[in-house]
Design a protein around this ligand. Structure first.
Ligand code: GRG
Length: 309
């Protein structure tokens, strides 16, 4: 973290150990995801699903989901099925994004992409089955002490965040924008509000819903997540320029090669970083109402801009 980061000082005062927190939450998520997909006949598809889902990834989305639930007064047990679902959905979007028909990438999460290992046919199906399982998982695994109305809301929110009004819509505009140097800031914002922010927002909001968040809570959570969503993408764009393949676990420099307009290509790296910092500060202010209970979500917001991969 940068020395001037005020929040770092504040969280140290509160003795909140973000590294230990993230490590423990990653372990809990990895265990739950591992148990979610046993290998049965036809083994190949279950193995392909597990290959992409397990053993990699920062788990930012499920951790955000769990942290939001706890801030609102929920428990890990109540929210873990939703947390697993968002990681399944995120992973499926990465598998499909890496396909030759899309970004055509050979590496993801430090290993070969799904289609490189299993072929395009099985990679498409592995993504499809992770997507289907995500919804089944929320519907069947959410504990009985969570009113089913909340699970219904989670399913509706997730569906909306993924389809043409969310990730898919963002991906379509991204594909259409490739190689065009005159993409406006408005179009760039559209792409990332849909491709990246929509799912991060759903993670936070759905975590809150499982815990019984009120309409006012949802408003605050929405503003927090929209700010961190854009900050996340700005840093993603910067890392594509500055990070190594070893650190990223995927091919760097892809945006430049695909002649994509990005935040750093519009604003430069330093101004982009400053903008991300400002978005995170604003996100943290949105949660001030929750006092110390907001410390994990505020610390995760800072992790998002200080990460190196
Ligand atoms: C959702 C139905 C459906 C289809 C997918 C391919 C596609 C449509 C959308 C692309 C979405 C996409 C890949 C957005 C990029 C989001 C992003 C910044 C990913 C990187 O996330 P990290 O850094 O990755 O959290 P790890 O590996 O740590 O999980």
């Amino acid at each position: 973290m940068v020395a001037t980061d005020n929040f770092q000082k504040k969280s140290e005062q509160a003795r909140f150990n973000l590294a230990a927190y993230l490590k423990e939450r990653q372990r809990l998520c990895d265990t739950a995801l591992d148990q979610a997909i046993p290998v049965v006949y036809p083994e190949k598809i279950y193995e392909a699903m597990r290959y992409s889902l397990l053993g990699g990834g920062k788990r930012v989305r499920p951790i955000l989901c769990l942290a939001t639930s706890e801030m609102i007064g929920g428990t890990l047990e109540m929210t873990m099925p939703t947390a697993c679902a968002v990681e399944m959905i995120h992973t499926m979007s990465l598998i499909h994004d890496d396909l030759p028909a899309m970004d055509n990438d050979d590496y993801r999460r430090g290993k070969f992409t799904s289609h490189k290992v299993y072929g395009e046919d099985i990679a498409i199906l592995a993504g499809d089955s992770l997507l289907a399982l995500a919804f089944e998982f929320v519907a069947t695994q959410t504990p009985k002490n969570v009113p089913s109305e909340r699970s219904l809301q989670v399913i509706a929110r997730l569906g909306k965040a993924l389809g043409a009004a969310g990730l898919v819509g963002g991906q379509v505009v991204d594909l259409e924008s490739e190689g065009k140097s005159d993409i406006s800031l408005e179009t760039l914002n559209f792409i990332h509000n849909h491709k990246t922010t929509a799912l991060l927002e759903a993670c936070v909001v759905c975590g809150g819903i499982t815990a019984g968040a009120s309409a006012e809570d949802i408003q605050k959570l929405t503003r927090y997540s929209q700010n961190i969503g854009l900050a996340f993408q700005i840093i993603d764009d910067i890392l594509d320029i500055t990070a190594t393949q070893e650190k990223l676990g995927k091919t760097p420099g892809k945006d430049l090669k695909a002649e994509k307009v990005t935040y750093p290509s519009l604003w430069g790296i330093e101004e982009s970083r400053a903008k991300a910092q400002q978005l995170v500060e604003e996100a943290c202010v949105e949660l001030a109402f929750y006092g110390d209970k907001a410390i994990p979500l505020q610390a995760i917001a800072h992790f998002i801009i200080n990460r190196d991969h």
